[in-house]
Design a binder for this molecule. Structure first.
Ligand code: G6P
Length: 369
């Protein structure tokens, strides 16, 4: 009903707008009073385990897998522990290398995805310690894992996941920071500043939501196309994966996410006049490189919509249209950068007359393998 949707036309739009609060709720109680330390009272690692972990495997499906890709980056950066992030249905069948010092992290919004649960159970049988990051208290993942970090996104109804992703990212940044502090890793020095920035994130997310009218106009003009590309480098590529999945799921447009530097090794053959390319440009260290990749697609007359920091006055010289988001560290950019991409998928789906909340062939939670 309209009341359940809180005045929004669809659950997805409501859930997109709930992200500032969902992020804030996921942070609550997990930062020390002085703002410098991550607090995870819910974690019950055995004595010494946090220091002994020498390998981390992240497993998930769909949007949760994309969150895991950012998590890999965050954990490696802050702790220097090698992390693999894999699709749960693939992981199970490839005889992964694990030891008693491996930590397995299963990310699942619902806590009921069969592929993820099967991988979690297999890991437990092998004696690997399992941490679940889930949104549902009492779910199978929450009950069966050794440790649980809850995302406090609240119920997510729309099949296309939005606030679950941004709260999974929030939980993963916190966990990366916690682990760095527990281990006394060099990266621990960066954690207090990260926590300050995370606390500002809900307010920044509100600002990003103000891009909705511009995104809606873009979606109206471009959603009659059959193909779209999302490009970016580093963390911008991980976010591109999620933007592309969102668009496919609910607009049924064919979309591909590509590391911008890899285009020239094949995909550039598909870039022709007026192909919409969404370019993410938040990774400061890769700025010049990304611009030159964008120039490669502009030279083929693609239409480029860039997602860039506010204050970036350079980017407009290269691309056709720019969506600006508030400047935060490149490390935390994914939490904000995904929001315009969620809005793009939403408005494209609406423009194409689709059933936004219940896309064809898809289920909110897939409980068969
Ligand atoms: C389904 C949903 C996706 C979701 C995936 C994993 O395919 O349609 O939106 O990302 O399952 O769900 P989970 O609950 O495990 O995060």
């Amino acid at each position: 009903s309209a009341a359940e949707k809180g005045g929004y036309d669809h659950f997805m739009l409501k859930e997109i707008h709930e992200q500032p609060k969902a992020i804030s709720d996921t942070l609550t109680g997990r930062i020390s009073e002085d703002g410098t330390k991550v607090v995870f009272d819910e974690l019950n690692f055995p004595e010494g385990f946090a220091k002994d972990i020498d390998r981390i495997h992240i497993l998930a499906c769909g949007t949760s897998w994309h969150a895991g890709m950012v998590g890999k980056y965050a954990i490696e950066k802050l702790t220097r522990i090698p992390v693999d992030c894999e699709i749960a249905s693939e992981y199970r069948y490839r005889d992964p290398i694990v030891s008693k010092n491996t930590l397995l992290i299963a990310i699942t919004q619902s806590g009921e995805t069969a592929d993820t649960l099967a991988a979690l159970r297999q890991a437990k049988e092998q004696g690997t310690r399992v941490l679940a990051i889930t949104n549902v208290v009492g779910s199978s993942a929450a009950r069966e894992a050794d440790d649980v970090i809850f995302t406090w996104a609240g119920p997510e109804i729309s099949v296309a996941s939005t606030k679950a992703y941004t709260t999974q990212l929030t939980a993963l940044y916190l966990f990366a920071g916690w682990l760095a502090q527990e281990r006394g890793a060099a990266g621990a020095a960066e954690v207090p500043a990260m926590l300050t920035a995370l606390r500002d994130m809900p307010a920044h997310a509100e600002t990003v939501l103000e891009t909705a009218p511009a995104i809606q106009a873009f979606a109206k003009d471009w959603s009659s196309r059959e193909h779209a590309f999302f490009i970016g480098r580093g963390l911008d590529y991980e976010v591109s994966l999620e933007g592309s999945l969102k668009l496919k799921e609910i607009s049924y447009m064919h979309a591909e996410a590509y590391p911008a530097g890899e285009l020239k090794h094949g995909t550039l053959a598909l870039i022709v006049e007026d192909i919409p390319v969404i370019a993410l440009v938040t990774q400061d260290d890769l700025y010049e490189k990304t611009i030159s990749n964008i120039q490669e697609v502009k030279a083929r007359d693609a239409f480029v919509l860039a997602l860039a920091w506010s204050g970036d006055t350079e980017i407009g010289k290269t691309v056709d249209q720019v969506i600006h988001i508030p400047k935060v560290s490149a490390f935390l950019a994914p939490i904000l950068a995904v929001i315009p991409l969620q809005l793009l998928a939403y408005y494209a789906s609406v423009a194409r007359g689709n059933d936004v909340d219940n896309p064809r062939n898809l289920a909110k939670s897939v409980t068969v393998e």
